[in-house]
Design a protein around this ligand. Structure first.
Ligand code: URA
Length: 209
């Protein structure tokens, strides 16, 4: 089984605490999510392979390190994934983007797909799936199922908060996909919300409640 990494950097934890506070405004929540996603992106890409390219500095030629391989793909699980995506693209502007549209059926908590668009050559690329809340794991599992159906083999999963139940379900379904999160919270409540959590991530970032 691949690892679960908790990104415990003090800046991540500090920003996350402000985001959890129900008094935090939509504008601040969105800004903090963008900032935190830069830090999470840094961690999830920490071990990417490098190659070198010959360049001339103003002083002399050198073999300078650059990322090896094809451009990354960030796969956003709509709609809340877009909050993480924006900051990730600030850091890796050349990344390709996939969108996976899934909503949670409020009665069954199952993921229902309504949209999918991705680069055609997923098999050659590292895919980083972004979804802020790993709750039941149903939508994250479904998103990774779909990406694998389309050929993806090298996948990482990045979220902001995870419930132990979601981690258990996700790593059972996709043991080859490493998970990165800023926190593993206590549990899920009867409605499938992460506790203590931060509420509905989509509503908090878009002010829809
Ligand atoms: N999705 C959310 O936005 N919040 C949760 O707590 C669980 C799923």
């Amino acid at each position: 089984m691949k690892s679960v990494t908790v990104v415990d950097h003090p800046l991540v934890q500090h920003k996350l605490s402000i985001m959890r506070n129900k008094e935090t405004s939509t504008a601040s929540f969105r800004r903090l999510l963008r900032e935190i996603s830069l830090l999470l992106c840094y961690e999830v890409t920490r071990d990417l392979e490098l190659t070198t390219t010959r360049i001339d500095t103003p002083l002399e030629p050198m073999d300078a390190p650059i990322l090896e391989g094809k451009k990354l793909v960030f796969a956003s699980v709509l709609r809340a994934g877009n909050g993480l995506l924006d900051g990730m693209l600030d850091l890796v502007p050349a990344a390709r983007v996939a969108h996976v549209g899934l909503y949670r059926d409020h009665d069954t908590l199952e993921a229902v797909e309504y949209f999918f668009k991705a680069p055609s050559d997923l098999e050659d690329r590292l895919i980083i799936v972004v979804d802020p809340m790993l709750a039941t794991g149903n939508s994250s599992i479904a998103a990774v199922d779909k990406l694998k159906d389309r050929g993806a083999t090298n996948i990482r999963f990045l979220c902001l908060l995870a419930a132990p139940e979601g981690i258990e379900n996700f790593t059972k379904a996709h043991p080859d996909v490493p998970v990165f999160t800023a926190s593993i919270d206590s549990h899920l409540n009867e409605k499938g919300y992460i506790v203590p959590g931060l509420g509905d991530a989509g509503d908090r970032m878009y002010g829809t409640k």
